[in-house]
Design a protein around this ligand. Structure first.
Ligand code: FAD
Length: 287
């Protein structure tokens, strides 16, 4: 359980971190909360020869709410969970992160680290998809903004270039007629999602005018539920409409089975948790 030897750098600015990434290329790994990378290094599943610890880069921390919501990549789950302003403008974020791991994990784990790692059972991945968030990155070529819908490319894989850093996540504030919710069936030990569903809805004139549902935990990649979204659009968002729209939830997506839950069981839970998340999101949209 001892990692292989590595050189350690602790830059204090994004520019310095990018220049180290450029210098060391594939040999280097960013270190944020360390809750995924350090265990992987101890098990020798990862053996970077250079660690670039970004925790001293103050500009990557914190939540700024103005026209939109900007959450620095290094912001911990604990900060998001207890942020006063977030509850009023995007309550699904604190709601979801409060369900992550335990207090030690929430004190160390970061939003940027979780998105870059793209664990198939992570909670925040589904939430950023349902919120249609933008992921801001910085690399040698400057800044990029990647839509969450384009970010997760495969199991543990993202659209991030090896020499790029996630700097922030940007999402819209939810207003009147909008609601979002996260519902998850947690693994009893780690609390990672066996299945988690994040839902966003907008009601206009009593009809569902926008709907996004994203699933984590079930398959290799966090996935939007296009059929369910389409089926709920233009409905009245009643319990009957949700029941109808979720009839086929989980049937076409890529689902994995493992020692914790079979493929069939996960598919069944996709439907259950999608229904729960949508029902709560709709109740919140009605105010
Ligand atoms: C016991 C335990 C239980 C957990 N339970 C849950 C759970 O229930 N739900 C859940 O969602 N998560 C859970 N986690 C994961 C945890 O919450 C963190 O989200 C996760 O470890 C990644 O965040 P980190 O800051 O620790 O990243 P690190 O471990 O520091 O990094 C992870 C990866 O991301 C890269 N990286 C980090 N930051 C950036 C950045 N800004 N830009 C580019 N690349 C970056 C690193 O190079 C590394 O490859 C659990 C972890 C543990 C140890």
């Amino acid at each position: 359980m001892i990692p292989s030897a590595f050189a350690y750098f602790a830059p204090t600015s994004v520019a310095e971190a990018i220049s180290l990434l450029e210098q060391y290329g594939d040999e280097a790994k960013i270190l944020a909360g360390g809750h995924s990378l350090i265990p992987a290094m101890k098990l020798r599943l990862a053996a970077p020869s250079v660690l670039i610890d970004i925790t001293k880069i103050a500009e990557l921390r914190g939540v700024v709410i103005n026209g939109s919501i900007n959450i620095g990549a290094l912001t911990t789950w604990h900060t998001i969970e207890y942020h006063d302003g977030l509850k009023g403008v995007c309550g699904v974020l604190p709601e979801a992160v409060a369900q992550i791991g335990d207090i030690q994990v929430r004190n160390r784990g970061t939003l940027g680290g979780a998105l870059a790692h793209a664990d198939p059972s992570a909670d925040a991945t589904a939430v950023v998809l349902a919120l249609d968030a933008q992921i801001r990155t910085h690399g040698p070529g400057g800044e990029r903004t990647i839509a969450a819908s384009d970010f997760f490319t495969d199991m543990l894989s993202t659209a991030l270039e090896p020499n790029e850093l996630i700097t922030a996540v940007i999402c819209n504030k939810l207003g009147a007629g909008e609601g979002a919710a996260y519902a998850k069936f947690p693994h009893p030990a780690s609390r990672y999602a066996i299945v988690g569903a994040a839902a966003y809805v907008k009601l206009s004139g009593g009809k569902v005018s926008a709907c996004r549902v994203a699933i984590t935990g079930a398959g290799p990649v966090p996935t939007r539920q296009a059929e369910t979204e389409q089926a709920l659009l233009n409905s009245d968002g009643s319990d009957e409409a949700v029941a109808k729209a979720t009839e086929e939830s989980g049937t076409t997506m890529d689902v994995l089975g493992d020692i914790h839950a079979s493929e069939d069981y996960r598919r069944a839970m996709v439907k259950v948790y999608t229904k729960r998340a949508l029902t709560t999101a709709l109740a919140r949209a009605r105010g």
